[in-house]
Design a protein around this ligand. Sequence first.
Ligand code: GRF
Length: 195
Amino acid sequence: MKNLVVFASGSGSNFQSIIDAISDEKLDANIVGFISNKESAFAVERAKKNNIPVFIISPSAFDKEKEYSSLILEKLKSWNAQVLILAGYVKKIPGEVISTFKNNILNIHPSLLPKYGGKGFYGLKVHEAVIENKEIETGCTVHIVTEEYDKGPILGQSIVEVLPTDTPDSLAKKVLEKEHELFPLVIKKHLQTQN
Ligand code: GRF
């Protein structure tokens, strides 16, 4: 069974969907730790409620990226982490961490990448752009994290139809529901390729 560490900065509903998939025996994995840059994030509450060890660390507290990444790597090593899951984590993962966990960092993004990815495309901004451009479909993507933001190999996508009546908020809700189904499934598939 693989050891996962989840990173999140917000509500952590995707984090919850992974916790639930494990407890429902749909996903065979251990969550050995949780990392956030934000102590007040609701995701932190979810970790505590599920007795998952929490580590709070923010890059802004460090002058040198090296010090920041060393602390993260030290913590990941102490947890014996094997796969990192970014579930709404807003900070950049340091290059040293990406190379240490090469091909084993998964991120979920609320669009059909490569569309609406990269700098500036986060949260409602993604859905606003989708509506502005009169797209007829959108969705979510799980991909491998590489040094290039939102550009790593795509592991899975789910499509959501965009209706003329949709607003950025309604799209966000529909896409998030799909994310909760997609992420645990893609993680499962990825772990199967790792044996
Ligand atoms: C999701 O929309 C995800 O695609 C993006 O951040 C959001 C996190 O939502 N990367 P939640 O905290 O899991 O509810």
